[in-house]
Design a protein around this ligand. Structure first.
Ligand code: NAD
Length: 499
């Protein structure tokens, strides 16, 4: 689709995409594709006040009715899937099928949240006192700020928003300053759902555009009950303490440094496919991308040989072409950081395959690279950092204990996996003495999670959980209720206090 037709299909009218101060560049060729208007700092109090007003109305709407709005959003996303997926490709540089996959993930979480809107269950609890009943009830929290990263420019908003809306919380979204167009398009799609829904309060889902300064207004406001922030650990270090200082609730989804252990019994054909997808998919720009390969010394050389061969045939180029598997990095800064990390890997004793700037057979102006494999003498300083690019560090091991220790010996704790056909190894990896990550898989790579599970990680990944399972509880407050239906007033723990 031509860019102008794409913009028209997503209601990106000239007033939305021109005349502003924030230039939007496509990573495909570096060309400027829009200039959007940034939200002024002076406007933030009004945005937050609108959200508070929306909260007072929305919390009274029955949850299944709130779910109806999310059901309509899912329908509108289905109708707009092709266009929004193509815009993700244009603005974030993802290959076409990953752009569409991102929108599918939005649809999936809407379906999940619609069901959830009838399942916001609390427990009933046995009381120790006669004639008493205890229970838990869950209530909406208040406005939820959603700060998102460039690499999942729309899916992360939907993970948060679909849940927040059924839980009774309005949303204020601050997307990455690198991807405001997909955010504007998503809000237009949401507006279609709102129009069909009819009576939602104004300001239920708002968008603010700009850099960290705009995010900070949300982070520091006592009127923003929840701050869900996705991005680098550096960002989390700035945001987390500020939210904690005012006793707000934060959901932090930060950087990862994900590993795969390949055991001697592994099905190497499967392992190779999983490694290539998870290390080079999205050009290594997923929080769950595979960055460390911990291969048993008996199969390490064979694995590296097969991977080097597979890497040599990867189609790198325009992400809009159906045959491309590796698109561009988000910008030239990301490319420079990748090349610097590889330089450091060499200085630390590594042998690097690939990892070069690619200028032939690709659109000019974009930051295209060949994915890199770096054979390392151990888990050196560069390996312990997240470089947001397609670099796979390879290390060897002898015993499973050693492999698990290496896997856990990094500051991040997002995703992990083991390839093995040995039941003892697999179960040990998943046990309390195994992986310390929020996601631990067997015979599946670390990336490409489904929405049904809780998503997030430990340590410097921030500890937050989003998406499926009971992640909804982070968007609600829990009240413990004790009801006395007797004619007496017994005290707990047998305490006597007669007056
Ligand atoms: P980034 O940290 O540069 O920016 C993320 C968002 O935070 C942007 O919207 C940015 O404007 C905002 N921000 C930055 N500093 C802020 C501050 N002080 N106050 C308020 N807002 C602030 O990250 P990026 O380069 O866009 O994305 C890549 C990073 O995101 C990687 O580290 C990746 O692992 C991580 N990520 C994590 C997850 C996850 O679920 N764990 C998902 C996607 C991306």
């Amino acid at each position: 689709m031509e860019t102008s037709a794409l913009f028209a299909a997503l209601d990106l009218t000239p007033d939305l995409i021109s005349g502003g101060t924030l230039a939007v560049h496509s990573p495909v060729d570096g060309a400027e594709i829009a200039r959007v208007t940034e939200t002024a700092a002076a406007d933030m109090p009004a945005v937050i006040a609108r959200s508070q007003a929306a909260f007072r109305a929305w919390r009274q709407v029955p949850a299944p009715r709130r779910g109806e709005l999310v059901r309509l959003l899912g329908e509108e996303l289905r109708a707009a899937k092709d266009a929004l997926g193509a815009l993700v490709t244009l603005e974030a540089g993802k290959i076409a099928s990953e752009g569409l996959g991102e929108v599918q993930e939005m649809i999936d979480i809407c379906d999940f949240a619609v069901g959830l809107s009838r399942q916001l269950y609390g427990l009933t609890i046995a009381s120790e006192r006669p004639g008493h009943r205890m229970m838990e009830t869950w209530h909406p929290m208040g406005p939820c700020a959603v700060i998102t990263a460039f690499n999942f420019p729309v899916a992360v908003w939907s993970w948060n928003t679909a849940l927040a809306l059924v839980c009774g919380d309005p949303v204020i979204w601050k997307p990455s300053e690198k991807t405001p167009l997909t955010a504007l398009a998503t809000m237009n799609i949401f507006a279609r759902a709102l129009a069909r829904f009819g009576d939602a309060p104004e300001g239920l889902a708002q968008l603010v555009i700009g850099g960290p300064g705009v995010g900070e207004a949300l982070v520091t406001s006592r009127d923003v009950a929840i701050v869900s922030a996705t991005g680098s650990t550096r960002m989390g270090r700035a945001v987390g303490p500020k939210v904690a200082e005012r006793f707000g609730r934060s959901i932090l989804e930060l950087g990862g440094n994900n590993a795969m252990i390949v055991a001697p019994s592994a099905d190497l054909d499967m392992a190779v496919r999983a490694i290539v997808f998870s290390a080079v998919g999205t050009a290594g720009q997923r929080c769950t991308s595979l960055r460390r390969l911990i291969a048993h010394n008996s199969i390490r050389a064979e694995l590296v040989e097969r991977l080097t061969k597979a890497y040599g045939t990867l189609p790198i180029g325009d992400p809009r072409h159906a045959t491309t598997l590796v698109g561009p990095l988000i910008d030239h800064g990301a490319r420079d950081r990748m090349l610097a990390a590889l330089e450091q890997a060499r200085a630390e004793g590594g042998t690097v395959h690939g990892g070069r700037t690619v200028t032939e057979g690709v659109p000019q102006g974009g930051a295209y690279v060949s994915p890199a494999l770096a054979e390392m003498p151990g888990q050196t300083a560069v390996v312990r950092e997240e470089t947001f690019a397609p670099i796979l560090y390879v290390m060897g091991y002898e015993t499973l204990d050693e492999a698990i220790a290496l896997q856990n010996d990094v500051p991040q704790g997002l995703s992990s996996c083991i390839f093995t056909l040995n039941l003892r190894e697999a179960e040990t990896f998943l046990s309390a003495v195994g992986s310390d990550c929020g996601i631990a898989n067997v015979n599946i790579g670390p990336s490409g999670a489904e929405i049904g599970g809780a998503f997030g990680g430990e340590k410097e990944t921030g500890g937050g959980r989003e998406s499926g399972s009971d992640a909804w509880k982070a968007y609600m407050r829990r009240a413990t209720n004790t009801v006395n239906y007797s004619a007496a007033l017994p005290l707990a723990q047998g305490v006597k206090f007669d007056i």
